[in-house]
Ligand binder design. Structure first.
Ligand SMILES: C[S@@+](CC[C@H](N)C(=O)[O-])C[C@H]1O[C@@H](n2cnc3c(N)ncnc32)[C@H](O)[C@@H]1O
Length: 306
């Protein structure tokens, strides 16, 4: 992709946002980049408080760097926190960031971060003092699902917070498969808390996150979406967990079966998926027997997910 593949569009709020002409996607529709990033990621993932409470380095994964609105808004929120922050950004192209940097005055969210972005574009890594925090920001350019499954992924510090901002599952199915989210979950070591937020509230996504081993809940409205999704390794980081009512709807859904391959399709939940959901600790009532005789969680492909 080239910078010419992108344009600025004015969204309903009056803010400017980047649009990919080739993909036909506006990065932050309706409320614009800053409002969406603040509502969806900064507040919902409670970034400042969690960074403050994390011993050592606070690690943020920014999946779908794009025009960097999410990550720069997050960094601004962390500027008052005396903490070391490591940001790992992922995208298969730096073209939208180069385009946004050239249009930073209209976009308005670059603030004091133009030098850091220039360094990142130049060297793929930048380190600087961000108010009271110390930041190291790296970008890995390439196909994220392929990188995630590679040994290189194990050498990168696992995240405490994940900003998941790929294009929609219908347009960008490779970023929303069960193997991708399962691998994400596996990379977080036992005992480390990690929460992920994303704009989608689809049953397909939520079932995928549950089967990947996360606790999953309804996320807050962003202005564009009346509900989003939060997933975490620790139930304490899921303020509004999905419950029995949601499970009932998922059982009847015509689009609840996780994608196992990077091909979009809609299908009702398979018997293996339903069994895995019913065994999931999130839906087990304290003190009750599991829905199945086995205590294990099964993947949609029938393999154990212990
Ligand atoms: C909605 S945009 C991200 C917007 C961005 N978070 C921001 O704040 O400006 C989605 C991004 O995902 C990237 N993407 C799509 N498929 C990808 C893949 N397979 N690997 C890595 N990045 C991918 C696109 O290049 C695009 O920049």
């Amino acid at each position: 992709m080239e910078p010419g593949d992108y344009e600025l569009v004015r969204v309903a709020s009056g803010a400017w946002s980047v649009r990919s002409r080739r993909d036909g996607e506006t990065f932050h529709p309706v409320v614009g980049p800053v409002h969406e990033a603040e509502a969806l990621y900064v507040r919902q993932l409670d970034l400042a408080a969690r960074a403050r409470a994390t011993p050592g380095e606070f690690v943020l994964w920014d999946v779908g760097l794009g025009a960097a609105a999410n990550v720069l808004t997050a960094l601004r929120a962390l500027a008052d926190v005396p903490v070391r922050v490591r940001v790992e950004s992922f995208d298969h192209t730096l073209a939208p960031l180069a385009f946004a940097r050239a249009e930073h005055e209209s976009l308005g969210y670059f603030g004091g971060y133009c030098d850091a972005v220039d360094t990142l574009l130049d060297r793929r890594e930048a380190a600087w003092t961000n108010g009271r925090s110390e930041v190291v920001w790296r970008v890995r350019v390439g196909d994220f699902p392929a990188w995630l499954q590679s040994p290189a992924a194990m050498a990168v510090p696992a995240p405490h917070a994940v900003l998941w901002d790929a294009y929609s599952p219908a347009r960008n199915p490779a970023m929303w498969t069960l193997p991708v989210f399962r691998r994400m979950r596996e990379l977080v070591p036992e005992g480390q808390r990690c929460a992920l937020a994303t704009y989608s509230r689809s049953t397909l996504l939520r079932v995928t996150l549950l089967l990947a081993g996360f606790r999953v809940g309804a996320g807050t409205a962003t202005g564009e979406k009346e509900e989003t999704t939060v997933a975490a390794t620790d139930p304490a980081w899921v303020p509004a967990p999905l419950g029995a009512e949601w499970l009932g709807r998922a059982r009847r859904s015509t689009s609840a079966e996780p994608l196992l391959e990077p091909v979009y399709r809609q299908a009702p939940p398979s018997p293996a998926t339903l069994a895995a959901l019913e065994c999931h600790p999130q839906f087990r009532v304290e003190g009750s027997a599991p829905a199945r005789t086995s205590d294990k969680i099964f993947a949609a492909d029938g393999t154990d997910m212990a």
